[in-house]
Design a protein around this ligand. Structure first.
Ligand code: ZN
Ligand code: ZN
Ligand code: ZN
Length: 366
């Protein structure tokens, strides 16, 4: 049978932290060849045995088709925009007369670098009879472990037990007892009665009905036991200790948007898509060449160089993709109530930006 006083004394004697789960002491972990001095940082991948295939220039692109929008499209998008702002009056959008439509189409170059990185650290879980294999064979190196990659260009992480590193240890939190002292009552099983505050008396000299005059009440957190199932081992008394390999797949995206002089702020463009003019995906891309706008070619060269240097240091590049989109931007000038105003329609989604909308408050008489 379980005895409160005795177990409490034992906990105290062994100096177990009353705060419950604490980090395992370093002495709990053995030395695993190839895993000395694990710091949790990313591990540089080994140099490949065979040189990777050289990047191939992508085929040159056919015609560059510049889309343009009609007056009707511009007006419809504008009306939709105005009705999505509950305070905007519709009059300028309905009655305004379009006097000019100018195209300020621009290009977005996007480079995506899909990487895999790996790090290792000691971890533990409750022991339920899992296979124990530490030191039965040399542990494979972190980059030698076969892991199935997810779909390309999708972020994902996976935790894997490194083979031949699992061993069983007594739980460090409960020193193998399966229970830890209750933190609510410090292991006593009872605490000061909250109704009489420990006096056992209520009012003049009535006995406290809540604690029957004892002045203390049973701890509800541990049901009077003074201890609770250990949270580190879930009462199993033992832990499986192993080296955890954390594999992280990340898609690193960087954009370059060619400057345009329409007056529309470039931040607006990150929320819209454009017409894709060019796409090239391979193990490592070669910067796009011969594009009519030289700013795109320069950005491609810089980003490809940056990514290939930056991401091959601490990760393995699995695939790169470069795209060029044409983002349509139309600046619409219209006349309403005797003065000229402008708005922008941009992106495949016909997003509208109208910072100078002349009737932004329905309560003002204009
Ligand atoms: Zn435990
Ligand atoms: Zn009481
Ligand atoms: Zn308690």
């Amino acid at each position: 049978m379980y005895n409160n006083q005795e177990s409490h004394a034992m906990f105290a004697q062994q100096g177990v932290n009353l705060q419950g789960a604490n980090a395992p002491p370093a002495s709990m972990f053995g030395d695993v060849p190839g895993y000395e001095g694990m710091g949790g940082g990313y591990l540089p991948p080994p140099i490949p045995a065979y040189p990777p295939p050289a990047p191939q220039p992508a085929p040159t692109q056919p015609e560059w088709n510049i889309p343009s929008i009609t007056e009707d499209t511009a007006r419809e998008a504008f009306l939709l925009y105005v009705s999505s702002h509950c305070c905007y009056r519709k009059a300028p959008a309905v009655d305004g007369v379009i006097t000019n439509m100018d195209a300020f189409n621009t290009y977005r170059y996007r480079l995506e670098t899909f990487t895999e990185s790996r790090s290792t650290e000691w971890d533990h879980e409750e022991y339920n009879g899992q296979p124990v294999d530490a030191y039965t064979q040399p542990a494979p190196g972190p980059w030698d472990i076969k892991v199935q990659a997810p779909a390309l260009f999708q972020d994902h992480t996976e935790d894997i037990k490194v083979p031949y590193t699992s061993s069983v240890k007594d739980c460090h939190t409960c020193v193998g007892m399966g229970r830890s002292p209750c933190t609510e009552c410090s292991g006593a099983g009872n605490k000061v009665c909250w109704v009489c505050n420990g006096s056992g008396i209520r009012g003049a000299d009535d006995q406290c009905g809540h604690c029957n005059g004892r002045g203390r009440e049973n701890c509800s957190h541990c049901h009077g036991h003074g201890s609770r199932e250990c949270e580190s081992c879930n009462g199993k008394r033992q832990l499986l200790v192993y080296i955890k390999l954390k594999v992280t797949w990340a898609n690193n995206i960087e954009d370059f948007i060619v400057e345009q002089s329409s007056g529309l702020k470039v931040e607006n463009l990150s929320k819209v898509s454009g017409k894709e003019l060019f796409r090239d995906a391979q193990y490592m891309v070669y910067p796009v060449m011969g594009f009519p706008d030289p700013a795109v070619g320069q950005a491609a060269e810089r980003l490809v160089r940056d990514h290939q240097t930056k991401y091959s240091e601490s990760a393995r590049i699995l695939q790169q993709r470069q795209t060029i989109e044409l983002i349509p931007i139309t600046k619409v000038t219209y006349k309403w109530s005797g003065s000229m105003h402008t708005y922008f329609v941009y992106g495949n989604e016909f997003q509208v930006n109208a910072d100078d909308y002349p009737a932004t408050c329905c309560c003002t008489v204009m």
